[in-house]
Ligand binder design. Structure first.
Ligand code: NAD
Length: 348
């Protein structure tokens, strides 16, 4: 690629800075400047050798800016994205892309109208644990998968910044749910028919500090997605059940698969407790199962920006498609509705 792309960061907080560092590792793209409403972050930009724009309007008026990255709190995304698109800029926006599917529909419409590229940073599509589970699923390494459980657990409560505040788009459904749900909808084919969810409010009553949702797909696959911030003992990141085996996959791709080698030998040594006996729950004997290491799949997050540049040049299809992001947003709304009504929601 001969062309050099200039990107301006709007919102140089924790994630804006992650983009700055990551872009520095990619050919053909560089950060030409940043704008943040906080003076200390403007100074941070200067300290890092970046031009600190005096206003958002100055970013939009700068002809050398090809791409605007929006990395502000969630409630600011819609207006920043729409103004940047209308100013003729291509836009990368952090997740969750908006506060509602209505806002997102408007952003997608403006992108179509202006003909500019609009991409949401669903970066956890490149997570190695996810890619490894996706391979297990797609290659039927456990036989037909019938259940997937995807969890992230922490014990620090919800972060003490804008993520605690509803008006800024706080809460864990929007913060972490958006990643986990995007991964599931990308991996499991077919329609998602039913959604049931409950929220947790351990640390506050204003925004959800965690949630659990059960998803029922038309093909029979059931998925549990859970985010917790008051979990002092973590359950596995992924727990995948197939007809012929089970996998546990942790962050960093640690884990294992246990698979059947011989269905015919079914003798079980019962488990005896003081109060009774069970053969059903007795562990399998070693000669009928085999423990296999995971086959980790590598992801390279630099491919995100490589794709953005190729899409702008008309040389590639967008990896994170607006319609996929919309489906995830509608699912998050169904999750809120289900939790509020304590009812199963018909989805697709
Ligand atoms: P943050 O609070 O650290 O940074 C946000 C920055 O935006 C702050 O410096 C703030 O001053 C600035 N800001 C606020 N309003 C602004 C405006 N109108 N114009 C310019 N600057 C403005 O928050 P963060 O953790 O960096 O999160 C920012 C975004 O990135 C959120 O949407 C968040 O969900 C997302 N995020 C994504 C990931 C990921 O893995 N994709 C991880 C963390 C955060």
């Amino acid at each position: 690629m001969d062309r050099q792309f200039n990107l301006a960061i709007v919102g140089l907080g924790g994630m804006g800075n992650w983009h700055r560092e990551t872009i520095a590792e990619i050919d053909n793209i560089s950060v030409c400047g940043a704008f943040d409403i906080k003076e200390e972050r403007q100074q941070f930009a200067r300290d890092k050798g970046l031009y600190a724009y005096g206003s958002f309007e100055e970013v939009l008026a700068d002809p050398k800016v090809d791409i605007v990255l929006c990395a502000t709190p969630n409630d600011q995304h819609h207006d920043i994205v729409v103004k940047a698109l209308r100013a003729g800029k291509n836009v990368v926006c952090e997740k969750p892309v908006a506060m509602s599917s209505v806002e997102l529909a408007d952003m997608i419409a403006v992108a179509k109208e202006t003909g500019k590229v609009f991409v949401v940073h669903q970066n956890r599509r490149w997570d190695e644990d996810f890619l490894t589970v996706k391979k297990i699923f797609e290659e039927k390494m456990l036989g037909e998968t019938f259940r997937i459980e995807s969890r992230v657990h922490g014990s620090r409560g919800i972060p003490g910044d804008w993520r605690q505040e509803k008006e800024h788009g706080g809460g864990m459904v929007l913060d972490w749910g958006v990643h986990l749900l995007d991964q599931i909808l990308l991996m499991v084919p077919g329609k998602l028919k039913k959604v049931y969810a409950s929220m947790s409010h351990v640390t506050n009553e204003i925004v959800d500090d965690g949630f659990t949702t059960e998803l029922a797909f038309e093909n029979g696959i059931r998925v549990l997605v859970e985010v917790g911030t008051s979990n002092f003992i973590n359950l596995p990141r992924w727990y995948v059940l197939g007809r012929d085996g089970t996998a546990v996959v942790e962050w960093g791709c640690k884990g294992k698969m246990v698979r059947i080698t011989d269905w015919s030998k079914n003798d079980a040594v019962p488990i005896r407790t003081a109060a009774g006996l069970t053969k059903t729950m007795a562990p399998r004997t070693e000669d009928t199962i085999h423990e296999d290491p995971l086959q980790p799949v590598n992801g390279d997050i630099h491919d995100f920006y490589k794709n953005v540049m190729a899409v702008i040049e008309g040389k590639a299809e967008q990896i994170v498609k607006p319609e996929q992001v919309m489906r995830v947003f509608k699912l998050m709304e169904a999750i809120f509705e289900s939790a509020e009504k304590q009812q199963v929601i018909d989805f697709e």
